[in-house]
Design a protein around this ligand. Structure first.
Ligand SMILES: O=C(O)Cc1cc(O)ccc1O
Ligand SMILES: [Fe+2]
Length: 465
């Protein structure tokens, strides 16, 4: 039976703020007062620390959460390699050593739905750079899920923080720290190590599809606002963290109990699995600043030029994952929301450019102002990759249209939202991304730029004509 919107939302409660210190207890009195690890924590719970940074990381970067749970996370049988899904995940044969490095522009038709897959088996690595073992780099995925993860299944990644960008289908994400409802036009971040289960929230059999970015190093922060001032772009109060919620399904010790809960771990780009006899979702209370969160992209406060020229897309940065080099990100998550363009004597779409950063783009809905939609175009559920120094920009028709446009104030992108994972790293493309998925558009470059016209005239005075 379809779950109504109201019922859906009732299940979820949030606390608001970015990079905040939160505390939450599902049972009053579950959090110890004034200390973290009393001899006997309240209500017979175990205290467990979840560290997202080194113990000694500087205070302003330090991330950790104290969990108060029925049984500690360590009480499970050993993990063993999980055979099948590694291949579907594109994680078989050491993907990070077998990448394809391609200077050409790449574009993908919408990725297929997969009625058989759940979130984990439907996750496909498309591109990436670095090495999770060295905690360096990032990876770009698409996912397609036709069914919920099993009620007793949980997943975590030891490799990095995962940013999820649903494109179709709302996700009911149960995490150790509580529940998040993440719909298309919302995003969420699940930190390294946090166990979670993804269910299809619609409950009507409609499938889910989307994109994901895994960050092997550092973490997502809000970009500096500089002269923009103290508000704008994504505002801290619009980020939402879950409240504690738990199940009690367990026996007297970690070794008895009626159910087997299957926990899948992503560890150095391979999957491992164990079956334990108690639920991993047994956290009754928590406090800390290391937690999953979500954000509604509709709340993004877009700014732009009100005079002339097209500014850099960095003004559209929602979240940034900085490298050690100031202003240079391992990955930025950038959106292109509906906005007004008012620039005078300005070519309004993106300029032609080559970038030392790599640009992986996706489309959540609608169209993108610099690219045609339709068959063989840039369409929702598809993607493009303009790698380091790959020339790109508006396709020929978009160029002609914008060159000849009557420059009235114009709203672009109504009802649409494109996004970009922009990385300072050169990304490789997996075999799955280049071949297996069969979505690469062979004619992308020709289709877009084959018809770019020569406007050049040697005669002075004809330049702007
Ligand atoms: O390539 C793209 O479409 C993304 C992009 C948009 C923009 O407005 C400026 C630069 C840029 O790379
Ligand atoms: Fe670009």
């Amino acid at each position: 039976m379809p779950v109504t919107k109201f019922e859906l939302e009732e299940k979820y409660q949030y606390q608001n703020g970015f990079d905040s210190y939160f505390e939450s207890e599902a049972v009053p009195g579950a959090l110890p007062v004034g200390q973290n690890s009393p001899q006997k924590p309240p209500l017979g719970l175990y205290a467990e620390k979840l560290s997202g940074t080194a113990f000694t990381a500087p205070r302003h970067e330090n991330k950790q959460t104290w969990l108060y749970r029925i049984l500690p996370a360590c009480s499970h049988p050993p993990f063993a390699p999980a055979p099948a899904p590694n291949e579907s995940l594109g994680l078989g044969g050491e993907p990070f050593r077998n990448m394809h490095y391609i200077p050409n522009q790449l574009r993908w038709d919408p990725f297929d739905h997969d009625p058989e897959a759940d979130f984990v088996s439907g996750l496909h690595l498309v591109a990436g750079a670095g090495d999770p073992a060295l905690k360096q780099g990032c990876a770009m995925y698409v996912y397609a899920a036709g069914r919920s993860m099993d009620d007793r299944a949980a997943f975590y990644s030891a490799d990095g923080d995962l940013l999820l960008v649903p494109q179709e289908g709302a996700l009911d994400i149960r995490t150790e720290l509580g529940r998040l409802l993440v719909r298309p036009m919302e995003i969420c971040v699940i930190p390294r190590g946090v166990r979670y289960q993804v269910r299809l929230a619609a409950g009507d059999g409609s499938p889910a599809r989307g994109y994901a970015l895994e960050l092997f190093q550092g973490r997502f922060v809000l970009p500096e606002l500089g002269p923009i001032g103290s508000n704008g772009l994504a505002n801290a109060r619009d980020f939402q963290a879950p409240v504690a919620s738990f199940d009690e399904d367990c026996g007297a010790t970690a070794s008895d109990g009626p159910h087997e809960f299957v926990v899948t771990a992503k560890f150095n780009n391979a999957l491992y699995r164990t079956a334990q006899r108690h639920t991993p979702f047994d956290v009754v209370a928590w406090h800390g600043n290391y937690y999953p969160y979500k954000y509604d992209l509709g709340r993004f406060n877009t700014v732009g030029s009100i005079s002339f020229d097209h500014p850099d897309p960095s003004i559209f940065t929602v979240l940034s994952a900085p490298s050690e080099r100031a202003g240079t990100s391992v990955a930025d998550f950038v959106v292109f929301p509906p906005r007004w363009l008012v620039g005078e004597d300005t070519f309004r779409p993106p300029w032609y450019h080559r970038n030392t950063m790599s640009e992986f783009m996706g489309l959540i809905r609608g169209g993108y102002d610099a690219k045609k939609g339709g068959r063989g175009g840039f369409v929702p559920g598809g993607a493009s990759l303009h790698n380091v120094m790959s020339g790109h920009g508006p396709d020929a028709d978009s160029y002609e249209g914008a060159r000849n446009a009557d420059l009235q104030p114009a709203k672009v992108g109504a009802g649409s939202c494109a996004f970009m994972f922009e990385s300072c790293l050169m990304v490789g493309v997996t075999d799955w991304g280049l071949k297996t998925c069969q979505k690469v558009q062979a004619a992308y470059s020709d289709h877009s730029w084959g018809g770019v016209k020569v406007h050049w005239k040697k005669t002075a005075g004809a330049g702007g004509a």
